[in-house]
Design a protein around this ligand. Sequence first.
Ligand code: GLN
Length: 446
Amino acid sequence: RIDALEPSVLAFLTRTPELALQQAQTADEKRKELKRNGSAIPRLLGLPIAVKDVLTVEGIRCTCGSKILENFVPVHTATCVHKLQEAGVVILGKTNTDEFAMGSSTENSAYFTTRNPWDLERVPGGSSGGSAAAVAARFTPAALGTDTGGSVRQPASFCGVTGIKPTYGRVSRYGLIAYGSSLDSAGVLTRTVEDAALIFEVMAGYDPRDATTMDVPVPQIQLDSRTDLRGLRIGVPKEYFIKGIQPEVEQTVRAAIARFAEMGAEIKEVCLPHTEYALPVYYLIAPAEASANLARYDGIRFGLRVPTESNIEMFKKSRGAGFGSEVKRRIMLGTYALSAGYYDAYYGQAQKVRTLIKQDFEKVFESVDMIAAPIAPTTAFKRGVHTEDPLAMYLEDVFTLPANLAGVPGLAFCCGFDSQNMPVGMQLMGPHFKEDALFKAGHAYQ
Ligand code: GLN
């Protein structure tokens, strides 16, 4: 299927068919052996997955969608990928992404823009657009993504698939090439909530290689066919239904919330008063952290090198040639926000407001179990409409950024279609480490 349709979808930056066949053969042999011994067969054994090209897999090129890492072959494997490999998955390849995961459409990839399988003129969302498109095009039942400010949930919404952004600290970031370290989380895109839960369970957990992972037990998620949600309290934040949202998105999400009510959930309007600050806060904190994280691409240790007489010149030329314009914009914004004399006014102030955003969630979770909201103000847009205007692109992220700033989990799934037949997604956000509650509610809906 990939051979037939990839030329029109363009989901992959690197394909690894030989490796996949080899891994599939190993999985087959393992299955036979387990069967012979009468042992249980691990549920993910032989499952094909694709991996976003910001997560490392030893021996497979990892570009981060950037020219600066065009020929970079990592010598280590991301913990979340490693755990899945231990469970027997088969890796199909690395999926397209906006450069260093900075973007909402994959148009910032230095290589090409992935197409939305529902309408090839439209973007798949981003930055995990390659992963979302690969699942939507049925190239793979699951693809790993990362979510720093919506990059799992928004492409899931645009491509009509499911995606989980776990609690910050739930899944190891070891081997996730850093963008905004205090926001980055690795997740997965799948067709169904059930599939997402199965894979999440394996990816999650404490990792001594990532000091920000928490040693909190990962629950065995039991999803049954129960659709009775009596006793569940769902909050609907009024700040997420603002002017500028595409009317059909609002209608579809509201209809889905009504269905949760029909299933017995109690629906309450709630207030997250600092929501409007999430966008400016994120676009200070994420670029600030990015400017520090991207300092390592110096033309010396790894990545592109433009040879020149002096090292300083080489540093400048290599970065000048290797980074694309959005990445450069973020490095400049971030460096400015962190510079002496401005730090308190920008980065320091943003951190304070971030705390207020986090407290909004804590307050609301005293009276509801989860929050239901739209993911993006629009369905998938056409290629090119936001490329000249970075601020318009940033506005696509208004509903996804708060969860990253607060570190709470978010589950995205499809809840209907607009009049152009494009999928509309919704998200459930819950308290820290309560992914299982989100999976249960999402599964009941699906
Ligand atoms: N669109 C957001 C950005 O450009 C979020 C990206 C992400 O989650 N990786 O920063």
